[in-house]
Design a protein around this ligand. Structure first.
Ligand code: MF3
Ligand code: CO
Ligand code: CO
Length: 263
C-alpha cells in the first residue's frame, strides 16, 4: 500500500527535509583531507541532536534477527563504496577521494532523507565526471515526476542518461516511499521501462537516490553486514532527494530555501 500524504503532511515533511539538507550543508566545510569519517559523523550527530533537536534515523536502524543495527548517524561512503559506509576512526580522507554522506532526520515523526557527494581536495577528471553525471541522473529522474507518469519513467530517465554516459546503474538498492515510516512502499528503481509500473499520484512522497558506477554495475556486501562496495573496485557515486508529487509536477523536499530552485 502506498500512502498518500495530505498537504499538511507534506508541510511537515518539508520541514524535516530542510533540516536533513541543513546537516549536509553544515558538515561540508569539514570535508577535507585528514578528517576521519567518524569525526564527520560526530559533527552531524551533534548538529542534529543539540542544534536541531531532531532524531538521527540511521542510529540503530535495521536491527533484527541476525542483523547488526546501523551504528551511526551518517552513512559515509568513500570511492568504491556504493552505499551504507560505516563511519570509522580509521577512515582518514585523502586528497582525491570522493565521498557520499547520507543522512535522515526525524522531525515531529516525519522523515527527511538526503545525500550528496563531496570532493576531497582535487579528484581525477573521471571521478568528477562520475559525480556530476550521477547528480544529473538524479535530476533527470526527478524531472520525470508528475501525476500520471510512472515509476518506470523515473527509472528509465536515470538509466538511459547514465548508460549513455558509459556508466552503470546499481540494481540491488533503490529509492523508497517515505513519511512517518523511513522505508515504505513503493520501491523506486533507478532503471526500467517508460510507461510501466505504478502510476504517480499527487501526495505520493518518495526518494530518488541513484547509485552509479564507473565499472560494472555489480555490488558486494562486506562482512560487517552493511558496507556495500563495487565488485570490480571501481568508483561509485550517489545523490539523493526526497520528493513529493504535486498537482502538476514535483517538489523537492530536501532543499534549503537559499538553494537554486530550478530543476
Ligand atoms: N539513508 C539510506 C537511504 O537512502 C538508508 C541508510 S540505512 C542505514 O535509504 F542504516 F544504513 F543508515
Ligand atoms: Co538516504
Ligand atoms: Co533513502
Amino acid at each position: 500500500m502506498i500512502t498518500i500524504k495530505s498537504s499538511q503532511d507534506i508541510e511537515r515533511m518539508r520541514v524535516a527535509g530542510r533540516l536533513a539538507a541543513e546537516v549536509l550543508q553544515v558538515v561540508a566545510p569539514h570535508v577535507k583531507p585528514g578528517v576521519t569519517t567518524a569525526e564527520l559523523d560526530r559533527i552531524c550527530h551533534d548538529h542534529i541532536v543539540n542544534v536541531q533537536g531532531t532524531i538521527p534515523a540511521n542510529v540503530g536502524y535495521g536491527g533484527g534477527p541476525g542483523r547488526i543495527p546501523f551504528p551511526a548517524t551518517i552513512c559515509a561512503s568513500v570511492n568504491n563504496v556504493i552505499c551504507h559506509g560505516m563511519p570509522s576512526e580509521s577512515k582518514v580522507l585523502k586528497d582525491g577521494d570522493i565521498l557520499n554522506i547520507d543522512v535522515t532526520v526525524i522531525k515531529d515523526g516525519w522523515h527527511g532523507d538526503t545525500s550528496r557527494m563531496y570532493l576531497v581536495g582535487e579528484p581525477s577528471i573521471k571521478a568528477k565526471r562520475l559525480v556530476e553525471v550521477t547528480r544529473e541522473a538524479m535530476f533527470r529522474g526527478i524531472r520525470a515526476v508528475k501525476p500520471g507518469a510512472t515509476l518506470g519513467d523515473i527509472g528509465h530517465a536515470i538509466q538511459k542518461y547514465a548508460e549513455g554516459e558509459r556508466f552503470t546503474v546499481v540494481r540491488e538498492y533503490c529509492g523508497h516511499g517515505i513519511g512517518r515510516i523511513y522505508h515504505e512502499e513503493p520501491q523506486v528503481l533507478h532503471y526500467g521501462q517508460p510507461m510501466s509500473g505504478v502510476v504517480l499520484q499527487k501526495g505520493m512522497v518518495f526518494t530518488i537516490e541513484p547509485m552509479i558506477n564507473e565499472g560494472t554495475r555489480h555490488s558486494k556486501l562486506l562482512n560487517d553486514g552493511w558496507t556495500v562496495v563495487t565488485r570490480d573496485k571501481s568508483l561509485s557515486a550517489q545523490w539523493e532527494h526526497t520528493v513529493a508529487v504535486t498537482d502538476d509536477g514535483v517538489e523537492i523536499l530536501t532543499r534549503l530555501p537559499g538553494d537554486d530552485n530550478d530543476l
